[in-house]
Write a protein that binds this ligand. Structure first.
Ligand code: EPU
Length: 418
C-alpha cells in the first residue's frame, strides 16, 4: 500500500494552480445524463471520485472520453436503469444520479447508500423532494426503486438546506413539466455552478445562489461546454497549511467570493491575504493565533470540510481555540491521530477544545476520511521529524496530487510504496 511521508519544519513558498472543484464536478457529471447529446466539461480534477462517476456513467450506457482534464460525455444511448452496487458502496454521492435519471428515463434503481466515515448521512430530504415531484419511491431490501409517469413541478421547502438534496431536486426539476420552486435551498457555490452548467445546457433557472431556486421545466436541452471553477476546499486546505507553517503562497485560480469566511478565519489566525483576478496570496509570518470560537455552518458560514485542516493549524496556535462541528457528527476521528503527534485536544460531543502547543512531533498515523487525511498532512508539515500517513485512498478521493502541490510550495512530502 502507498502511504504519504512528510518531513516538516519548513515554511511554504511558491505558487500553484488550484484543481477543479470535486463537489461541483460530481453533480455536473451526473447532470450530463439529462441531455440526449454531448456535454464537454473542462478543468475536471484527476481524483478517484471523478473516476468513479465516469465509470458509473459508462455502466449506464454513456460514452465517456477523457482528454487531459476535459471529460466529454455522450449520453445519447442510456441503456441501464440500475446504478451498480459497487459504485454506490464506494461513493455515496452516486445518489445524485436519481434526479437526472428520473427526469431522463422515468425509472432508476440504486442500492441504499449507508452511512460513511463522517456520519450517518440520511437521504430522507432527497426522497421527500423527489416524491413531491411525482416520483414513486419504494424503499425495500436496501434498494431504492424510483419511478414516475411524468415528473411534475411543484413547491418544495427543504427542512434543512442540504447540498445533495438541493442538487437532486434541481436535477429532477429540469425535465419536469411546469415550474419547481425550491425554498430553503442550499446556497453553496457548487449549487451555483450546477445551475450555471444547467443553464448552459438550456435549462431555465432563477435564484441560483439564493435560498429560493425556481426551475421552469424544459422538454429538451442542448450540447454545451463548461469549465469547472477552482475547488474552494482545496484552496482552504492550502490556506490552513500556510497558516500553520508560515511563508507566502499564491493559489492561482482560487475564487475569493467562494471563501470569504475562510479568508476571515485565516486572517484572524495571523495571515495576510490578498485577492486578485489571478487568485489569492496568503502570507503568514508568525505562529498562528488561537481562534476563540469557530463553528461550522452551511454556506456562507465556515465549511465543515475545512474544520479538520484548520484544527491541524490551531494545534500549534498561541492560546486555546474552540471548534464546534454542526454538520457531520463523526468528523473528529482525526483528533486521536493529531494527539499521537503531540496535539492537546479534548472532545465533548460537537465541541473540540484545542490547547495550543509549541510544536508537534512525527508519528505514524492513519487517515479516516478525506479532509481529516489532509489535516494530517498539514500536521506532518508542522512536525520537524517524519510523519507517515496511511490509508491515503481517502485523500486521493478529493485531492488530485497533494504531494505534488505541497512539494511545489517547498514542502518535503512524498508517496512511498510499501
Ligand atoms: N442531511 C439529512 N437528510 C438528507 C440530506 C442531508 O439529514 O436527506 C443532513 C446530513 O446528514 C448532514 C447535513 O444534512 O448532517 C448536511 O448534508 P448535505 O446534504 O448538505 O451534504 P452532502 O450533500 O451529503 C456535500 C459535500 C460534502 C460537504 C457537505 C456540506 C458533495 C459530494 N459532498 O455533502 O463534502 O461536506 O455537502 O457542505 O458535494 C467532502 O468533500 O469532504 C464532503 C464530505
Amino acid at each position: 500500500m502507498t502511504y504519504i511521508q512528510v518531513t516538516g519544519g519548513k515554511k511554504l513558498h511558491g505558487d500553484i494552480e488550484v484543481q477543479g472543484s470535486k463537489n461541483a464536478v460530481l453533480p455536473i457529471l451526473a447532470a450530463s445524463v439529462l441531455h440526449n447529446g454531448v456535454t464537454t466539461i473542462h478543468h475536471c480534477p484527476e481524483i478517484s471520485d471523478v473516476q468513479c462517476m465516469i465509470r458509473i456513467l459508462d455502466s449506464i450506457g454513456c460514452k465517456v472520453k477523457k482528454e487531459g482534464s476535459t471529460v466529454i460525455v455522450d449520453a445519447t444511448q442510456l441503456n441501464n436503469y440500475r446504478i451498480p452496487d459497487e459504485f454506490v458502496a464506494r461513493m455515496r454521492s452516486s445518489i445524485i444520479l436519481l434526479g437526472p435519471l428520473l427526469g431522463r428515463q422515468h425509472f432508476v434503481t440504486i442500492s441504499y447508500p449507508g452511512g460513511c466515515t463522517i456520519g450517518a448521512r440520511p437521504i430522507d430530504l432527497h426522497v421527500k423532494g423527489l416524491k413531491r415531484l411525482n416520483a414513486e419511491i419504494i424503499e425495500a431490501n436496501d434498494l431504492l426503486t424510483c419511478m414516475t409517469t411524468k415528473l411534475l413541478g411543484t413547491e418544495i421547502n427543504l427542512d434543512f438546506p442540504s447540498v445533495g438534496a438541493t442538487e437532486n431536486i434541481l436535477l429532477a426539476a429540469v425535465l419536469a413539466e411546469g415550474t419547481t420552486i425550491i425554498t430553503n435551498a442550499a446556497k453553496e457555490p457548487e449549487i451555483d455552478e450546477l445551475c450555471a452548467f444547467l443553464t448552459c445546457m438550456g435549462a431555465k433557472i432563477d435564484g441560483s445562489g439564493t435560498g429560493t431556486i425556481i426551475v421552469q421545466g424544459a422538454t429538451s436541452l442542448h450540447d454545451c461546454e463548461y469549465t469547472v471553477k477552482a475547488d474552494r476546499i482545496v484552496t482552504g486546505t492550502y490556506m490552513a497549511a500556510v497558516a500553520a507553517t508560515g511563508g507566502k503562497i499564491i493559489l492561482r485560480g482560487a475564487v475569493k467570493e467562494h471563501i470569504e469566511e475562510v479568508i476571515e478565519v485565516v486572517n484572524r489566525m495571523g495571515c495576510v491575504t490578498q485577492a486578485s483576478s489571478e487568485g489569492i496570496t496568503v502570507i503568514q509570518k508568525s505562529r498562528p493565533n488561537a481562534y476563540d470560537l469557530l463553528r461550522t455552518r452551511s454556506y456562507p458560514g465556515f465549511p465543515t470540510d475545512l474544520q479538520s485542516p484548520v484544527m491541524a493549524a490551531l494545534t500549534i496556535a498561541r492560546g486555546n481555540s474552540i471548534l464546534i462541528e454542526n454538520i457531520f457528527e463523526a468528523r473528529y476521528k482525526v483528533v486521536k491521530e493529531l494527539v499521537k503527534m503531540g496535539a492537546n485536544i479534548e472532545i465533548d460531543g460537537k465541541i473540540a477544545i484545542i490547547r495550543g502547543v509549541s510544536s508537534l512531533h512525527g508519528a505514524s498515523v492513519k487517515a479516516y476520511e478525506l479532509r481529516g487525511g489532509a489535516a494530517l498532512v498539514i500536521a506532518g508539515m508542522i512536525a520537524k521529524e517524519t510523519t507517515d500517513i496511511h490509508s491515503i485512498e481517502y485523500i486521493l478521493r478529493g485531492y488530485e496530487d497533494i504531494c505534488r502541490d505541497l512539494r511545489m510550495l517547498g514542502a518535503t512530502v512524498n508517496y512511498i510504496e510499501e
